[in-house]
Design a protein around this ligand. Structure first.
Ligand code: BG6
Length: 495
């Protein structure tokens, strides 16, 4: 199937009354419809516990796409493709009724029996729903059947293995699309293009020329209404195990021999396999955890995590880490990552710091040497900036740092739905490249489990960073111990 084809399918969204469906999925399906990626041969069935009707459901979908900028007049035509069925995941008759509805819609929209089951629901239902779908014949169609699942995919390696075995008894690995929405982001996808389409970078992309790589994903929001889930997860499971390690894998992988799903995944897996395991005793040398106390974010005072939660907690809302990839290309090059809630700014950025030239002939401001940096900005702008040194105008042989920049705005509101839009479309086309393979999930859990275990053993001294800062002081020391420092990513002083 080539990219100009309009895939046909019925998309069944479990958890259709929830936040993810409203904020991400409906607007993404709308965009696919609006830009002609999908034609008229599609239907969406929302299932959830609430006793909604088609009309109520369509109204909610209208509201959701209006918030994403859809004009009022398109609403009826678009939402006429949407159907709702009240559903009890434990109840056999719910599955039978759903199968009946799907057959009817497959006749009406000529979707060839292609069914996407999107599980936007609590993870304890992933296994039971997958097995019930199979047991009640919902996979017996003339077309493809695919299961899309959101994170968290387990809580640690052993729960992830159990969950995977459960799902795999009903769906094959090549029918399972594990979402990591960072892989749908424009600039995350651009990492491979920047690397593999530019000789000036790829030739230097190794431990001879790069001193360190820094990946930041900071957020200003707190845990909001997700405290119940978040307090059992923490930043390490919520962000590092998936999004942060995926970005590191894309930055560190070898060029694939072809741009196929298997080749790309296999290179990413090799990076995860080469991650230096962290022993319990060494956790403090590689990982820093933090939790925010009260502070000021965007000119407003906000409470600390414990106050928001209503009790003291050892859950980390911030992680900084030094990852070492023990292979030929990266031996000795630290990959520093940091992510946290209630930080100074919402920024997702990668800074690649190149080694200094052997001798500095041209002194720049204050005699400082300015290393070359390649900065890939994922949010709030999308772009690439190369930091170079050039002659300072005048008569003296002095250099000054200059920047070559390419950026375009990606407003908060459109950035993530766009990622979901791409991922939904890829799933309909059967392209699994930007979904996480089980091997990647397992290796990522294995890597962070030892850190979680060590942290669990030793209580934390929280809070240790004020809301509105860039994290605990220990995160600065992590780099200083190696002779580096975090590059500013917020555009303002970061302490
Ligand atoms: C999610 C995490 O996976 O990613 C959230 O569960 C986090 O806690 C979110 O806020 C961040 O995504 P983005 O696209 O806003 O950087």
């Amino acid at each position: 199937m080539n990219n100009h084809d309009q895939p046909k399918a019925v998309i069944v969204i479990f958890g259709a009354t929830g936040d993810l469906a409203k904020r991400k999925l409906f607007p993404s399906i709308y965009k696919l419809f609006q830009n002609g990626r999908i034609g008229h041969d599609f239907a969406v069935v929302g299932v959830a516990r609430r006793p909604w009707t088609n009309d109520i459901f369509r109204e909610k979908v209208c509201e959701s796409i209006a918030n994403a900028g859809a004009p009022e007049e398109v609403c009826d035509a678009f939402t006429s493709h949407f159907y709702y069925q009240p559903f009890d995941v434990q109840d056999e008759s719910s599955y039978q009724a759903l199968d009946g509805l799907l057959h009817e819609l497959e006749g009406r929209y000529e979707t060839g029996g292609n069914r996407m089951f999107y599980l936007a629901m609590a993870p304890e239902f992933f296994g039971p729903v997958a097995n019930n779908l199979e047991a009640h014949g919902l996979k017996d169609t003339d077309g493809w059947t695919r299961l899309v699942i959101e994170k968290p995919f387990g809580h640690d390696l052993s729960s992830a293995i159990a969950l995977n075995e459960d799902i795999r008894s009903a769906f094959a690995e090549d029918e399972i699309y594990r979402i990591d929405h960072y892989l749908g982001k424009e600039m995350v996808q651009n990492i491979e293009v920047i690397r593999f389409a530019n000789g000036i970078f790829e030739h230097l992309w190794n431990n001879r020329f790069i001193s360190n790589i820094q990946v930041t994903s900071s957020e200003t929001v707190g845990v909001e209404d997700r405290a119940r889930y978040y307090d059992t997860a923490g930043a390490n499971r919520d962000m590092v195990q998936n999004h942060m390690l995926q970005m590191v894998a894309l930055l560190a992988m070898e060029p694939p021999i072809k741009l196929t799903t298997d080749e790309i995944r296999s290179e990413k897996v090799k990076v995860l396999r080469a991650l230096r395991p962290i022993d319990a005793e060494a956790v403090g040398d590689y990982f820093v955890r933090g939790q925010y106390g009260p502070g000021e974010v965007d000119d407003a005072m906000v409470p600390g995590y414990a106050e928001e939660l209503g009790q003291a907690s050892d859950t980390e809302t911030y992680v900084a880490a030094k990852l070492m990839i023990d292979n030929y290309r990266w031996a000795g090059v630290p990959f520093y990552i940091r992510t946290g809630k209630r930080m100074k700014a919402k920024v997702t950025k990668i800074v690649v710091e190149f080694k200094d030239i052997p001798m500095n002939l041209y002194y720049a401001d204050g005699n400082a040497q300015h290393p070359n940096l390649l900065v890939i900005t994922i949010h709030p702008n999308e772009g690439v900036t190369l930091h170079l040194n050039a002659k300072k105008p005048g008569t003296k042989p002095e250099a000054k740092p200059i920047q070559l920049a390419y950026t375009h705005d990606a407003e908060n509101a459109i950035n993530t739905p766009e990622a979901y839009e791409k991922l939904l479309y890829d799933c309909m086309l059967g392209d699994m490249t930007n979904f996480t393979h089980w091997d990647e999930v397992a290796l990522s859990w294995a890597f962070i489990d030892s850190v979680s275990a060590a942290w669990h053993e030793n209580g934390a001294e929280f809070p240790n960073y004020p809301a509105g800062s860039m994290g605990p002081e220990a995160a600065n020391q992590l780099l200083e111990a190696d002779g580096f420092h975090w590059w500013h990513v917020t555009g303002k002083e970061e302490k």
